[in-house]
Design a protein around this ligand. Sequence first.
Ligand SMILES: [Zn+2]
Length: 325
Amino acid sequence: MSNRSLVVQGGSVSLEARPSLQPVSGQVVVQVSRVGLSHLDAAIGQGRMEFEGVPGQEIVGKVAATDPEDSGWLSRRVVVDPLLACGSCQWCIAGLREHCGQRRIIGREQADGGLAEQVLVPVSSLVPVPDHVDDDSAVFAVPVARAIQASRQVRIEGKTYVTIVGDNALALLTAQVLVRLNASVRVLGVHRELMDRCERWGIRHRHRDEAGHRADQDIVVECTGGQAEVVATLGFVRPRGTIIQMVAPQIVGAGGTLLDLRRLVDGEVRLIGSSFGPVAEAMDLIATDGIDVVSLVGVRRRLEDVPGILGDPQLATGRKVLISP
Ligand SMILES: [Zn+2]
């Protein structure tokens, strides 16, 4: 079997014919059927994030080869939890595996990802996909997990006013998760057709440029990492409110003030980062129709198309781009 893989090396992205992978102890080979492109893949493609290897964190596939002792997984359809933790350090023991001292992240830190025909992953990273959940839905498990993680960074009680900045898949999943907690959620975006989805979910929405900077929101969740959006969050959040940053912003430029955080200081605003979350829980939410992911399926591409699109700044905006090897 072949293993065509998308490889990032020395700033270039190319498709390589690699040998078929063999399972080693505690690991399985997953035959990849679907990968969702994320903002991290886009950042890698644009050279904004240091990484060499195979990107791709949102992976669905079928277990193709295992060690004899893990043969129960053979042929099972799975999603892969991209966050690999040791399970025995103080952070892991405290239930905070995302901060493990020996953390690796599939497709981002010290581990090849799923933009390939095959990927080698630990058995512990496998989350089974129920039969009635198709690959297009299952591939959203990782971003839904991120949305669940964001919802747990803060206490949502009573009528918490929440503004979600962005209308990409991550933003719209986060909006759906937060509205389940009875928060008063509003989405600020630019894509009309995606805003219409919010209508269906009973979530308020406005065009980003029409929202007033009234500094009255309890929580602002920033899902784009864009410079203008990050600055705008400081105008939306109330004094002593909270900003949750889901995508790391990169504020670059020659000279001048690029990001004015005075309002963060004067308003005693809390700024919280939020990253990977509980993938098995996300799969349950998808399997029970607790969240609409189908509406967020965007264009489909083949693996060979990826070198041409990975550096596209539009990649992480709008609906999810799905890759089938
Ligand atoms: Zn650990």
